[in-house]
Design a protein. Sequence first.
Length: 337
Amino acid sequence: MKKVVTLGEIMLRLSTATGMLLRQANQLSVHYGGAEANVAVSLSHFGYQAYFVSKIPANSLGSAVERHLKSHGVHTDFLLKGGERLGSYYVEEGAGERGSQVIYDRGYSSFSQLEADEVEIERILQGVSLIHITGITLALSPALKELVLQIFKKAKEMDVLVSFDFNYRSKLWSQQEAAAAIKPLMPYIDICFCGELDAVHLLGIEPAEGSLSQEERLLFYYMRILEKYPDIQYMSSTFRTVLSASSNRLQGNLFTSDKLYQSKVYHLEPIVERIGGGDSYAAGILWGILEGFPAQQIISFATAASALKHTIQGDCSSFSSEEVMQFAKNESGMINR
C-alpha cells in the first residue's frame, strides 16, 4: 500500500443553511476541512496510507479534528499539538444567482504559528511515494514558505513525487506575494495544478494572442510553463461554467507528454456542496498517476471524483475508488441495481 503525505491547515467550518445570510442566522452547521486535509481524506478512501502533517491546539477542538481525520482513515502520527486556537471560516451558502461567501478567521492559529524546525522533514518523507501541498499554506506565514521549500528540496533528494496546487486565494494574499513565494518552488514540482490565470498573474507568462479556443489557450500556457520548468511531468486544471450557485458545468484537463487530455463535461445540478470539489479532483489526479493509469483514464476518474463530491455535504469526500469508477461508467442519475 503506497504512502502519501499532505501538509496544511485544517479548520473549523461554520455554515449557514441555504437561503440564510450570516447576519440572519441563529444556528450554523459544523464541519472540519482544509485543502490538504481533504486530499488526504480522499486518498485514504482510495486505499492509500494517507498521512496529514499539521499543528492543532491541545483542546477539545483539536481533539475533534483528530477524531475527524481518524474517522476517514487518515494517519495522524505527524499531527503536532500546541498554540492557542484552531483556524476557522464561515460560509454563507449561495442560492440561485447569489454565490456563496467565505469569511476567514484564521489569524494566529496554531498552524500559522508553526516553525520550520518543528517538522522532522526526513521522517515524514521516509517511504513516501508523494507529498502534496497547496499555495494556501504558503500564504499563512514566512516560516511556512521556508518550510515548504525545504520539504520540496528534500523530497527531490529522496525521490518523492512533489505535487503542488496553486489554489490562489485573494483573501489571503496579493498576486505579487503569491508569485514571489511560488516561483522558487517550481523547479522541484512534478505535478502542478494551475490554470490560465495562474500562468499569467503568478508565473508571468505573456498572455496568448489571437482568437484561440479555451482549450488552445490552456495548451499554449502549459507549453510556456513547461519551457520554463521542464521537470514538471503533469499539469492539470478544470473548466467550470457557473450557471447559478446550484448549477455548474465542469470539465477536467490534464497535460502530459506535450498533449492535453480532457474529460467529458458534467452538468452538476443541483449542487449540494461545491467546497472541496477541487480537492477531490486533485486527489483523483494523484491517485491515477500513482496507479500508473493512462492519461485519459486519469482525467476521467478525477473529474468524476469531483462531480461526486458536489453531491454530498461537508468539505471532504468519502467515496472509494471503486465507487468513483462506477459513477464514471454510469449514465448520470441512473439507479445502480
